[in-house]
Write a protein that binds this ligand. Sequence first.
Ligand SMILES: C[S@@+](CC[C@H](N)C(=O)[O-])C[C@H]1O[C@@H](n2cnc3c(N)ncnc32)[C@H](O)[C@@H]1O
Length: 183
Amino acid sequence: MGTKTKFLRQFFKDRQMVGAVAPSTRFLAEKMLKNVDFENSKIIIELGPGNGVFTEILLERMAPDAKLYVFELNDEFYKHISERIDDPRAQIIHDSAENISKYVEKPGSADAVISSLPLMVFPEELRANVVNAAHKSLHKKGKYIQFQYSLQSKRYLEGIFKDVNIQFTIRNLPPAFVYTCQK
Ligand SMILES: C[S@@+](CC[C@H](N)C(=O)[O-])C[C@H]1O[C@@H](n2cnc3c(N)ncnc32)[C@H](O)[C@@H]1O
């Protein structure tokens, strides 16, 4: 079964968790990751890797002594990404993004959080727990980078982060907004 079919299957199994019908394109990944200062980043957290389209690029660009924590809750995606990624810098975690502090023990130590989570389809409590956990994990100049298919998250993220910059790409299915949030 192809990657896209597998992805669609997971969407039909649990729409709220997966939140997209297809994996992101390389264009969207590039747009998200160009806002990361890889040279000076020692701890990066990825939330919701799915098939690992962002994970592979993150590992290509990260410094040799940097560490990547990857949180994936879906059983099939977790299995897939654990088999696909073989890099001592990456820790693939089968747990919810709400539980960042269980694994990244020092609060305020992360340089960037890259999130593909379908935030606005999450129940309110889960959304708040995830975004607050991400915010707490970042150091004072850290960035939370999130894509969404609408501008619905703007006000929500502006209520939590100091500055929110939004970019758009049509080269994804569906077209997407990239939110780059400064702690
Ligand atoms: C929209 S998909 C994005 C997948 C991939 N990053 C991409 O862009 O193609 C959302 C991903 O978030 C995962 N996810 C949903 N809720 C989660 C949670 N609470 N903690 C960790 N991962 C979660 C889903 O299983 C899925 O892999």
